[in-house]
Design a protein around this ligand. Structure first.
Ligand code: PM9
Length: 461
């Protein structure tokens, strides 16, 4: 008889309803990706088998969230659902004032307009597409102050999301603190591969910014996943709950923007939160211009109720263990097939190093875009480019050339099974086997803003 050497975990939920998927042939997928201009964003989701485009808005809501939908208060003004959301944010994150928005970028727009003046510098721990665009549209210049290790896919630093305080200090010396409205700190840095920030780094950053009178604005889109890594990796936090760790993270910052479509387990929603009354007052006024009254900010009452429940569920230790555990499972499978992935394995997906996967392609031949298209053709698995296309152009029109050229296999929360993970890893391995025969792409249509969403490509001959 085989001896037990380990005890497995399983998901802390069971399924009550399923969504049926369409299976397609290789010929159908070839046609679909050509029609989509080799951009996985332009595929019809009906033609996708396993959808790893994003973990944004693609989560399964729980029965409790669906029940909360039924108690949403749809009043135009003073909705009870707003007060429930406000109370939940105050209790679990500790921020004082809350402005709901329809999703994260709307919060970024409002915050950037209020805090950034023309000519300002906005340091951050790696760019995010929508965040940087709103900083630039408000007249600011984003400067990356993440530690160098974050730009190296193979570096196994446990907290690759950390801010390099020396880089930040140099910026303050060069421009002066008055030119820096805030430092933007993302938890579980998306573009670095879902990599966490340590509590020690946040404390150090708080002390530094306090000395210089600079705010910290927290992109808390994936804060609970970050807290899980702190619990697993940082000394002194092993026995703390995700809930305690999240509250402590937030306590070192002055405000936040949040896309609730990720951690908070809903299909739509976001908010801006801030401890400063004056900024709140301005935000509460601006939200009326872009989103709707300050007690709904572009959301239905039922959405605010579902976010409130989702926030609480996201802070459950068992939920995060299974969520990040599933990502780890997929990453380990990929490593067994020798597929080059970003290490350590991150929180919300596996990031394949397209430069290492397709070394025959230059960055101008879009290795990550190419690889995402090839994966779709192989199996109907939809992934996303996170490389030169996502990086876009500088305000002067030149391309950004990011060091990381990645394909993101993003895992929606509570949606797919372990068997799906096996199918995904096998498809990546099948494409890896024929990698030498793969040619690149050329861009034939480029939109002005956030080009990765709508750009079109053709295969190079
Ligand atoms: N992130 C993602 O797929 C969806 C849009 S880009 C394809 O990763 C961070 C860290 C995000 C994020 C969205 C937003 C914007 C802000 N910060 O999409 O507007 O990952 O709700 O949030 C996406 P919204």
């Amino acid at each position: 008889m085989k001896a037990i050497t380990k005890r497995s975990w399983a998901e802390p939920y069971k399924m009550k309803m399923v969504e049926l998927l369409k299976m397609t042939t290789r010929q159908q997928r070839l046609k679909a990706i050509k029609d989509a201009g080799f951009n996985t964003f332009l595929l019809n989701s009906e033609d996708v088998y396993i959808d790893l485009l994003t973990d944004s808005g693609t989560n399964s809501m729980s029965d409790r969230q669906w029940s909360a939908f039924m108690t949403g208060d749809e009043a135009y003004a003073g909705s009870k659902s707003y007060f429930i959301l406000e109370e939940t944010i105050q209790k679990y994150y500790g921020y004082k004032y809350v402005v709901p928005t329809h999703q994260g970028r709307a919060a970024e727009n409002i915050l950037s307009q209020i805090l950034i003046k023309k000519g300002d510098i906005v340091p951050g721990n790696m760019y995010f597409t929508t965040t940087r665009l709103h900083q630039e549209l408000a007249g600011g210049t984003f400067v990356d102050v993440i530690i160098d290790e974050a730009h190296d896919p193979l570096n196994e630093h446990p907290f690759k999301g950390n801010v390099d305080i020396v880089k930040l200090e140099k910026l303050v010396k060069k421009h002066g603190a008055k030119k820096i409205p805030y430092v933007c700190v993302a938890t579980n840095v998306n573009m670095a591969g879902g990599q966490p920030v340590s509590m020690a780094n946040l404390k150090e950053l708080r002390a530094f910014t306090k000395k210089h009178g600079i705010r910290i604005i927290h992109d808390m889109t994936r804060v609970a996943e970050n807290a899980y890594f702190i619990q697993q990796r940082e000394k002194g936090y092993e026995k703390k709950s995700i809930q305690q760790i999240v509250k402590e993270i937030c306590s070192y910052t002055d405000g936040a923007t949040m896309s609730a479509k990720k951690d908070a387990l809903v299909n739509i929603g976001g908010f801006m939160a801030i401890n400063d009354w004056d900024v709140f007052e301005e935000a509460r006024n601006l939200v009326v211009v872009y989103e709707g009254l300050h007690t709904y900010g572009g959301l239905a009452g039922r959405d605010m109720e579902a976010i409130a429940v989702g926030i609480v569920e996201s802070l459950d230790d068992n939920h995060q263990r299974a969520r990040v555990g599933q990502v780890l499972y997929l990453g380990q499978k990929m490593l067994e097939y020798n597929i080059p992935i970003v290490k350590p394995i991150g929180g919300h997906g596996i990031f394949v190093d397209a430069k290492a996967f397709l070394p025959q392609l230059s960055q101008d031949q879009f290795p990550a875009q190419t690889l995402a298209a090839e994966l779709y053709i192989d199996s109907g698995v939809r992934t996303m480019e996170r490389g030169i296309v996502s990086a876009g152009r500088k305000p002067n029109g030149e391309n950004y050339y990011p060091k990381l050229e990645l394909v993101r296999f993003t895992i929606p929360r509570r949606v797919y099974t372990q068997a799906h993970m096996d199918v995904i890893a096998e498809s990546a391995a099948a494409v890896y086997d024929k990698r030498k025969s793969i040619k690149g792409l050329k861009m034939v249509y480029e939109p002005k803003y956030l080009r990765f969403f709508q750009a079109r490509f053709e295969r190079l001959k």
